[in-house]
Design a protein around this ligand. Structure first.
Ligand SMILES: *Cc1c(COP(=O)(O)O)cnc(C)c1O
Length: 463
């Protein structure tokens, strides 16, 4: 029996409540209720300490792309730990896992994104990116180009840098964020903010906020624009098709750097190796993490284009992490990439399972509680609404209905998350059509229960 479930659930929960501080959680409230203890997983299913089986609609935290329980990754980790469990890459040394992974990523990444700086997570990688783009412009003789433009309701991690690049109001309200030199523009969220505009008009309008901001700051002061191809933690916000081409035009016209935060969209989630390929954009830097190792090991990084990397190479870059390119994490990532490639998992997403999910998910839009149900690749979301004809928000505080829905979902053994009053999924890429059917069945039951609950409590009221 594994170490993790030798005690009764109540005792595990008590230890957790007494000593374990959870991220992004009101720990007092969770402590009273008790966390659900996950003990093992296989494929797309989790098992908890009571033996209940859940469908993991979130692939862990957007990361377990190849699914749980792949022995090959465990073997790769054990082999690497025996051979060389750690060595650094700071002082003119390198090791085989890090350099092989860098070379493989250069092969997979589009265009001349040929250089990799490793980090331990997506947040760290975005901290690297702040340093990287500012140092790039300093070396180009334009040291005033320091400001980075990002988006409200974007997510770029939780370090001081990552949290500042992100546009999460609740995060900025604590601890003195954002740090100076980072400004935010509005997101391309048509359903919530598009008003009377068509999605296409709205996409152009929101892209042009970038141009407006560049002109307001003075192009000579702007270092870069950072954005997720599809916003994940913001609620799986899929931009109108007009958005990215217009952003690319603006970035090109003003000569600023484009950072695509591919932490979620990388490694197959949108049906291509990278979301940038799915949208036809040409970033100078891509942030990676999560699906890079399918979450089996913590590893992230920045994939950097020739021009930026060659410029940075002219001087010492005074930046790095002890675990940059950690050999065990790199070995596991390489094995993960091998499986994604050899089992043609991404091709299957693009040609079979993502279209299947898209059709099934879109039908949820017929539900009386659902305002829109959208997906791209293996990311999907729906907007809960008391009045779909007006795309209305609830009178209750944002997130109240979403939380109720999430609780029913959890009760139905489906891990579906809520962001405000949007419900989101991002299942493992290996999910089968049969499992998608089961996921949709549980989601439908969840929506029925939520609707009944909201009617009962008199909460189907628009703001
Ligand atoms: C999760 C995430 C991050 C942060 O990655 P961590 O590994 O949690 O630090 C950054 N950007 C995006 C788009 C993410 O989804």
């Amino acid at each position: 029996m594994s170490l993790t479930n030798t005690l009764p659930t109540a005792e595990l929960q008590a230890l957790d409540a007494a000593h374990h501080m959870h991220p992004f959680t009101a720990n007092g409230a969770l402590g009273k209720k008790g966390a659900r203890i996950i003990t093992r997983a296989q494929g797309v299913r989790l098992t908890d300490s009571n033996g209940e089986e859940l469908i993991d609609g979130m692939a862990g935290l957007w990361c377990v792309n190849i699914g749980y329980g792949r022995e090959e990754l465990a073997e790769a980790a054990a082999r690497q730990m025996r051979e060389l469990p750690f060595y650094n890459t700071f002082f003119q040394t390198s090791h085989v896992p890090a350099l092989t992974l860098a070379a493989r990523l250069a092969e997979l990444a589009p265009g001349d994104l040929n250089h990799v700086f490793f980090a331990g997570s997506g947040s760290e990688a975005n901290d690297t990116n702040i340093r990287l783009v500012r140092q790039y412009w300093a070396l180009k003789g334009q040291p005033k180009r320091t400001t980075i433009i990002a988006r409200r309701n974007g997510y770029h991690g939780s370090t001081m840098g990552g949290g500042s690049l992100g546009g999460m109001a609740a995060m900025h309200a604590q601890g003195g964020l954002p740090i100076p030199g980072i400004v935010h523009i509005d997101q391309p969220y048509w359903w919530g903010e598009g008003g009377e505009m068509t999605p296409e008009e709205f996409g152009i309008t929101r892209a042009r906020l970038l141009e407006k901001k560049i002109l307001e700051l003075g192009p000579e002061n702007v270092a870069a624009f950072i954005a997720e191809p599809v916003q994940g933690a913001g609620g799986v916000i899929i931009p109108p098709d007009s958005y990215w081409p217009e952003v690319q035009r603006i970035v090109d016209q003003y000569g600023i750097l484009l950072i695509a935060d591919e932490v979620i969209t990388g490694f197959g989630r949108l049906g291509h190796w990278f979301g940038s390929q799915s949208y036809g954009i040409r970033p100078h830097v891509m942030t990676i993490a999560k699906g890079l190792s399918s979450g089996y090991q913590p590893i992230g990084g920045s994939i950097v284009c020739d021009e930026v990397a060659n410029t940075i190479a002219q001087d010492e870059f005074n930046h790095g992490y002890t675990y940059s390119g950690h050999p065990v994490a790199a070995a596991v990532a390489l094995e993960n990439l091998r499986i994604l490639d050899e089992e043609a998992i991404i091709t299957r997403v693009r040609n079979e399972t993502a279209p299947y999910l898209a059709q099934a998910w879109a039908r949820l839009a017929d539900h009386p509680l659902v305002g829109e149900a959208v997906s791209r690749g293996m990311m999907a979301s729906l907007a809960l609404t008391p009045d779909k004809t007006r795309r209305a928000a609830f009178k209750a505080d944002a997130g109240t209905a979403g939380y109720i829905c999430r609780e029913y979902s959890f009760g139905n053994n489906l891990v579906m998350r809520h962001v405000g009053d949007r419900m989101i999924i991002a299942p493992p890429l290996v999910i089968s059509p049969t499992d998608i059917d089961e996921l949709i069945a549980r989601a439908t039951k969840t929506l029925d229960q939520t609707l009944a609950h909201l009617h009962r409590e008199g909460m189907m009221v628009a703001a």
